[in-house]
Design a protein around this ligand. Structure first.
Ligand code: RIB
Length: 305
């Protein structure tokens, strides 16, 4: 029997403007097109895992506003259990303002609202309510108060779960929390921040080795795929699936959600990373963070299986 995927993370509504290019500071670029999408790293990751058939529970918070109601119903429609998604009576639902250019690259500015009002105690209580987490995968991202993310990882480990920490954004992270992390999934920039190593001689494998996680660091490399750096053993690369990129928003979330789903389903780390890389690539082929996230049949086609 498959384990559950429990996602602890943010829920946002994404307000997106598409234009030919991104403006420089102080510049106005006209002629864009507006779209509204469901977003937030936690909501996106939960959706990616649910779309791949996992049993998914999301712990997070929205505001008592129309954006919150919409975010909740979109998650429920995607098959995510939202019984642990709190409604904060005083804070607004998180909003992300996103600009996307013709190449699908983006810049994002987030007003976190209810996401940053989520206290460690609340997450601890929700995780305690779930009892034993043996066989389950708990996926935590950092668009929360860092102490809340840390509490989630600590409780998840204590309850027997396998833990994945997606350190995005890499702000305010106390690296001592890495002792509760089985798999860490930074991109190169996040890895540089966490390892304290920067500069032209930056080497992802040696930076990853410096981080004391239990199992492996999986460095996501965008169109170059991913590099898996096990705690013991040689690093191994996983190439990306070649796709026509429309919008890179949410690609990392698709990667993380697919990784968690595959591991909860009992797949090996190697197979799980291959599926995660393919899911991240496919997610870039449609506009919005969630629209391109694959169903199992699409993933099988991309993987040639
Ligand atoms: O990772 C992509 C997400 O980051 C967007 O959906 C946006 O809401 C921000 O949280």
């Amino acid at each position: 029997m498959s384990g559950r995927v429990i996602v602890v993370g943010s829920v946002n509504v994404d307000l997106v403007v598409w234009s030919a290019r991104l403006p420089a500071p102080g510049e106005t670029v006209s002629g864009g097109r507006f779209e509204q999408h469901d977003g937030g790293k936690g909501g996106n990751q939960a959706t990616a895992a649910a779309r791949l058939g996992a049993s998914v529970l999301l712990l997070g918070a929205v505001g008592a506003d129309s954006f919150g109601a919409q975010a909740r119903s979109a998650l429920a429609a995607a098959g995510v259990d939202v019984s642990g998604l709190a409604t904060n009576p005083t804070e607004a639902t998180g909003i992300a303002l996103i600009l996307v250019d013709a190449a699908g690259e983006n810049v994002i500015s987030v007003a976190s609202g209810a996401n940053l009002a989520l206290e460690p105690d609340a997450i601890e209580a929700e995780l305690a309510r779930l009892g034993s987490l043996v066989g389950d995968v708990v996926l935590v991202s950092n668009e929360l108060v860092p102490s809340t993310a840390a509490a989630a990882l600590r409780c998840a480990r204590a309850a027997g779960a396998r833990t994945i920490f997606n350190p995005a954004p890499a702000v305010g992270i106390d690296v001592s929390l890495l002792e509760f992390v089985d798999l860490l999934t930074p991109n190169r920039g996040e890895l540089a921040v966490l390892s304290g190593r920067t500069g032209s001689d930056f080497d992802a494998a040696s930076a990853a080795r410096a981080l004391p996680v239990r199992e492996a660091v999986i460095v996501t490399l965008g169109s170059a795929g991913a590099l898996v750096v096990p705690r013991d053993g040689a690093p191994w690369p996983v190439p990306a699936t070649v796709v026509e990129v429309v919008d890179t928003t949410g690609a990392g979330d698709a990667f993380n959600g697919a990784l968690a789903a595959a591991l909860a389903d009992g797949r090996s780390l190697e197979e799980a990373v291959r599926r995660a890389v393919a899911a991240g690539s496919l997610a870039t082929t449609r506009p919005g963070a969630r629209e391109g996230m694959p169903i199992p049949a699409e993933l099988d086609v991309a993987l040639g299986s």
